[in-house]
Ligand binder design. Structure first.
Ligand code: HXC
Ligand code: NAP
Length: 285
């Protein structure tokens, strides 16, 4: 399905590319021929991921950068262009998140998450779009959001993230229209639960909660990184050129399960169903 040279000649900039899902996307896209430019705040994971790409025969480079700082983002966008000639795609994957009771949050805690997720995404998007528009070149933006943004339902206990991701989705859809004349398309992916050190250490309060999360999932499993990386590859590929302003949920049906009024009947044992069915047959004669 994915040809080995699908991304030949392409160059992709990814934020948070040294860890978790960003790392998995970087490795997969490099495997498909893309030259990858990775950024994040810590050097070590970026260097390690680039080395792994090089060992596999791919092309990658990195720079440390905090996406909250527009001047730093703009400088690193220039550096990436110097490295690869032209960057044609941007993946806004960097994020901050934690679980907390909202009434206990400090203004700085709210701001820390919103400025990484929402402002950071805006900074990177604008830095590259300005370049693409000035050079009259097409561009591609993929934003990683969350199902609580895609489903328009929000979520308690992760309110800064829910607010910021909803903002990123609004940005995706707004700019998909505004910048379509420039041949810049923007899409989003809303992942369900995908085990990563970054997310799990901050969002899974205990092993029991993790077990509960798995049991409550309609497919009884979490996502596999390659599933998300392949979706990203499709959305960034030329095959998806007419997909613009879309948000694709990849969660095994989890949010739909949460939304349906009777979905908790998933927990009803077979015996109880059999008894109800038998009673109905008797009544009906
Ligand atoms: C309450 C908290 C907190 C917590 C930090 N703060 N952690 N408040 N509960 N658990 C507060 C601090 O006290 C401080 O406020 C403010 O937030 C900023 O904290 P810093 O540590 O100074 O910020 P910073 O170093 O910028 O770190 C940002 C961060 C951190 C977001 C707080 O967690 C981070 O770097 N995260 C990056 C990686 C990450 O979060 N990955 C998970 C993505 S998963 P005061 O007032 O004390 O100064 C994801 C999944 C979504 O998004 C969907 C899952 C299904
Ligand atoms: P992760 O490994 O913690 O990824 C977050 C990345 O963002 C890290 O590499 C981090 O690197 C970088 N980052 C954070 N703040 C930054 C900043 N200010 N400037 C530059 N880079 C910064 O977690 P993940 O689970 O892979 O998350 C990746 C994306 O998927 C996020 O957008 C997240 O919201 C989304 N998501 C994940 C899940 C899941 O279940 N895992 C579910 C839904 C959505 P540094 O700390 O070195 O900067």
């Amino acid at each position: 399905m994915f040809q080995k040279d699908l991304f030949q000649g392409r160059a992709i900039f990814i934020t948070g590319g040294g860890t978790g899902l960003g790392r998995s996307m970087a490795l997969r896209l490099a495997e498909l021929g893309a030259r990858m430019f990775l950024i994040g705040r810590r050097e070590e994971p970026l260097r390690e991921t680039c080395e792994e790409i090089h060992r596999a025969g791919g092309a990658a480079a990195y720079a440390t950068c905090d996406v909250r700082d527009f001047a730093a983002v703009d400088a690193v966008a220039g550096k990436a262009e110097q490295q690869f000639g032209r960057i044609d795609s941007l993946i806004n994957n960097a994020a901050g998140n934690f679980i907390a009771r909202t009434e206990k949050l400090s203004p700085n805690a709210f701001n820390a998450v919103v400025s990484i997720v929402l402002n950071g995404t805006f900074h990177c998007t604008q830095a590259f779009a300005r370049r693409w528009i000035a050079a009259k070149e097409a561009g591609n933006v993929l934003n990683i959001v969350a199902t609580y943004a895609a489903a328009n339902c929000g979520s308690g206990f992760v309110v800064p993230s829910a607010c910021a991701k909803a903002g990123v989705l609004a940005m995706t859809r707004s700019l998909a229209v505004e910048w379509a004349p420039y041949r810049i398309r923007l899409n989003a992916i809303a992942p369900g639960p995908f085990p990563t050190e970054g997310a799990w250490s901050r969002l899974m309060p205990s092993e029991q909660f993790e077990q509960h999360a798995r049991d409550a999932h309609p497919m009884k499993r979490f996502g596999r990184h390659e599933e998300l990386a392949n979706l990203a590859a499709f959305l960034l590929s030329e095959q998806a050129e007419y997909i613009n302003g879309e948000c694709v949920v990849i969660d095994g049906g989890l949010w739909l399960r949460g939304a349906g009024e009777f979905n908790d009947l998933l927990g009803l044992p077979d015996g109880a169903w059999a008894a109800m069915e038998a009673a109905r047959v008797k009544k009906g004669g």
